[in-house]
Design a protein around this ligand. Structure first.
Ligand SMILES: Cc1cc2nc3c(=O)[nH]c(=O)nc-3n(C[C@H](O)[C@H](O)[C@H](O)COP(=O)(O)OP(=O)(O)OC[C@H]3O[C@@H](n4cnc5c(N)ncnc54)[C@H](O)[C@@H]3O)c2cc1C
Ligand code: FES
Ligand code: FES
Length: 482
């Protein structure tokens, strides 16, 4: 139910903080957590570098209750999270970890390893290491690198920071926060997460509903409101493009959108589940989706960004689209009247445009279990391995008969056109032919006829065509190794 509740509540410094946005001249609903913290006298450790999720100087940890009523601690970019998204959670900054008399183990390790020079990046690095400390005991190099991907350091160099991480993360996550956990849980459970928060003033409206039903009702009433999920795309409209967003419906607190449903032949993934959880949960069922997600943004971005958001953005370089299409995924849309299912490959109609109606939301993504004789692979080519936008991406699906004749092949490419697009001419050439190098080499130049990509800062059009062509060869070579 919507009431006149314009107040959000969260925990900071072990106390509940209430912010009423009504007649509030200091904060608006699109004030970021970073701006809020920088406005306080005692939380200036957090820094602004880029204000767009790329540098990690603003990293904080947020603890929230999971389904087992325990706290999970994760790292986030405070520069791209709006204040109301803190409702019902604990915000943890570098000041909460320790002080010069009593340091947290990750801070001690940073000091003893000389892991800071100018120090601008250090609070963010410490917060990423804190999240690692709370989640992984004795992390290996890959896990440490993954925790630090979203943190740039220009002057120390990463070796001492990585050393500090492996030295510190040995106490099974036990620290002062462990001792305090029950008190924080009882504070958080007192916060109302049933009645929709409705912040409305002359200029701006921000709604935070807790059920799909309530969100859909709001959508009917506020037809042009922007849907905010993780906000890793939407928030940049404010922080990077300096747009004013007059109406927002924030669906990030709707538990019904965070469910995983296992059916006989398919799995339904809630549109509100964050990408990091998906990466971990589907390592076995959908390994190519999981491996793609390991080079998606950074840990901070994946902790917030969702599958619903990646599909909803309908970007030609949305990384999950080619692989989800190769998995033959469907989007489940919900409105107050009904639910409908539509193949993802038919869902996106043009640049940033989908078949979703104004009164609908993406509820989930359904992926069919992959038959044993089907080979699926995903690829991402970017200038940097991690925290970079795709230049060209691809999701391929192949079925061969017992004589290696191609029964079916689907080649989905991102970055090659205004939408994720199949190389249909190439597919048609290949179907019915033998899966062998000679044929692949004949097929490769046909890809040039399938696409007319753009040139931009990432690549020339010719460069993109070559990448797309060579990915087909790579796919062939990798299937030969299986
Ligand atoms: C630093 C950085 C790195 C990034 N790296 C990558 C990357 O490697 N690969 C990549 O593909 N993207 C990347 N992104 C973009 C972004 O993180 C992804 O697109 C992410 O999946 C968006 O999810 P979200 O929940 O944050 O979306 P939001 O920003 O909340 O929403 C995005 C769009 O989808 C709509 N939407 C969201 N959920 C729903 C729903 N349930 N129903 C209907 N509409 C909905 C919103 O209205 C909005 O138009 C990056 C972004 C940043 C800032
Ligand atoms: S300020 Fe750079 S990631 Fe937030
Ligand atoms: S210590 Fe200077 S940027 Fe990292």
């Amino acid at each position: 139910m919507t009431n006149n509740n314009s107040t959000i509540s969260f925990v900071l410094d072990d106390k509940i903080v209430n912010i009423d946005f009504k007649n509030n001249h200091k904060y608006t609903p699109t004030t970021t957590i970073l701006e809020y913290l920088r406005s306080l006298p005692n939380h200036k450790g957090v820094k602004e570098g880029c204000a767009e999720g790329d540098c990690g100087a603003c990293t904080v940890a947020i603890a929230q209750l999971n389904n087992y009523n325990k706290l999970t601690y994760k790292s986030f970019n405070s520069c791209i999270i709006f204040l109301p998204q803190l409702h019902g959670k604990q915000l943890i900054t570098v000041e909460n970890l320790g002080n010069s008399n009593t340091l947290h183990p990750v801070q001690t390790a940073m000091v003893t390893n000389d892991a800071s020079q100018c120090g601008y990046c250090t609070p963010g690095v410490v917060m990423s290491l804190f999240a690692l400390y709370k989640n992984i005991n004795n992390p290996n190099k890959e896990e440490i690198d993954d925790a630090l991907t979203g943190n740039l350091c220009r002057c120390t160099g990463y070796r001492p920071i990585v050393d500090a991480a492996s030295q510190a993360c040995v106490n099974k996550g036990i620290d002062k926060f462990t001792k305090n956990e029950n008190d924080i849980i009882s504070l958080l459970t007192k916060i109302n997460k049933q009645d929709t928060i409705a912040i409305e003033n002359d200029k701006q409206k921000y709604f935070l509903p807790f059920t799909i039903e309530e969100a859909l009702k709001l959508k009917i009433k506020h037809n042009d409101a922007i849907i905010l999920n993780g906000g890793t795309d939407v928030a940049l409209r404010v922080t990077k493009r300096h747009e004013f967003l007059p109406e927002i419906i924030d669906i990030s607190e709707i538990n019904e959108l965070k469910q995983i449903k296992v059916n006989d032949n398919s799995i339904e993934i809630g549109a509100g589940i964050n990408l990091e959880d998906i990466k971990v949960a589907f390592e076995n069922n959908f390994p190519q989706l999981s491996s793609l997600l390991s080079v998606f943004g950074s840990k901070q971005i994946r902790n917030k960004g969702t599958l619903g958001g990646n599909i909803g953005s309908a970007s030609p370089i949305g990384d999950t689209l080619p692989i989800l299409m190769a998995y033959d995924a469907s989007v489940i849309l919900v409105s107050t009247k009904n639910e409908r299912k539509i193949k993802l490959r038919n869902f996106i109609t043009a640049y940033h445009t989908t078949k979703m109606e104004k009164n609908e939301l993406i509820k989930s993504v359904e992926i069919s279990k992959v038959p044993k004789d089907t080979i699926i692979k995903s690829y991402k080519i970017s200038k940097r391995k991690t925290l970079d936008i795709s230049t060209v991406s691809a999701g391929f699906r192949l079925n061969l008969d017992e004589n290696s004749i191609i029964k079916d092949i689907k080649l989905f490419y991102g970055g090659m056109s205004a939408v994720t697009k199949r190389a249909e001419k190439t597919e048609n050439f290949l179907i019915g032919k033998k899966w062998e190098r000679k044929i692949i080499e004949q097929a490769m130049p046909i890809i040039f006829d399938d696409f007319a990509p753009l040139s931009d800062a990432r690549s020339s059009d010719d460069g993109r065509k070559l990448m797309a062509r060579n990915l087909l060869l790579k796919f062939y070579l990798q299937t030969m190794k299986v």
